[in-house]
Design a protein around this ligand. Sequence first.
Ligand code: ZN
Length: 170
Amino acid sequence: MARSHQTIRMSSCACRQVQCRAVGAPILSVVCYCDDCQTGGQEIERLPNAAPVLDADGGTAYLSYRDDRFSCVSGADLLVGYKIKDSAPTQRFVASCCNSGMFLKFGRGHWVSMYRARFEGDLPPIEMRTQTKYRLANTEIPCDAPGYQTYPMKLIGKLLASRLAMLVAR
Ligand SMILES: [Zn+2]
């Protein structure tokens, strides 16, 4: 099954030594407001000369890709994983050359959530906003995509469907 027109997207750290590659459509294009994403983002932003990770309202925008559609094609040795605490299931990988947050990996999940801010060019629209109960702003939530107080079934469904597709090598 040749797939000849797969979109390839590159994310780069600010100084461009670290380059990650994502193939095809993401599982999900999401903005997450959960407290862990905010704490983790703040930790990255406190590193010297770090590029911003969080939006002004506390959201973090991600493109989530299957593990088998993600690769770090340059500067992988510069990546450093951060956890908000030792027992946390999630690691946030930062390009240590310039302290750019690149992606996060949730435990043994089969996906990688890449920081949208590190991509250039045409990106898929935001599909949903999750954990909006932690949102910082009192203003109306942007109505570009549905917002959910927690993690909606739609998100879990997409993750499960992508896992199945991965298992049957689609
Ligand atoms: Zn860099």
